[in-house]
Design a protein around this ligand. Structure first.
Ligand code: ZN
Length: 138
């Protein structure tokens, strides 16, 4: 028990780490960036198919920016290069997901939401590709 306490806290260090404000920023970045894997895995297991939820890209963006800030502060070229450009695909993926979400098609017959690429409602088969999504009533 005493050795566990020693492992957690000794010589004024938590987990043997010399803490500072910037170290906390870096570890926050690590925590946020790592959590995206759990979020993605959970979403995939839940649907039993490979899913990349929007939160995955947000966690990627925030985590990598925190790690980039830490790398810049530390003047560590390895960290800086690792996270200098990753935000580009993260932001692009968020933009595309947002656009796709907005473009989803609502079936006028049964109110089921279909993806933007769908021509027919997945539930009732009504044509949802036309300019008028409401079925004509004779
Ligand atoms: Zn429908």
């Amino acid at each position: 028990m005493d050795s566990i306490t020693h492992l957690i806290w000794h010589d004024g260090k938590l987990f043997g780490i010399e803490w500072s404000f910037w170290k906390a920023i870096g570890w926050c970045g690590n925590a946020v960036f790592s959590s995206r894997f759990i979020v993605q895995w959970y979403a995939t297991e839940k649907k039993k198919q490979v899913v990349v939820p929007t939160s995955f890209w947000w966690l990627s963006l925030v985590g990598s920016l925190l790690l980039l800030i830490y790398g810049l502060r530390q003047k560590d070229s390895v960290f800086i290069f690792a996270y200098a450009f990753t935000w580009i695909p993260y932001i692009r993926n968020l933009m595309i997901q947002h656009k796709n979400h907005k473009a989803k098609r609502l079936c006028g017959n049964c109110d089921t939401i279909s993806p933007a690429s769908a021509n027919f409602c997945s539930k009732c088969g009504t044509n949802v590709s036309g300019p008028s999504q409401k079925p004509e009533l004779a």
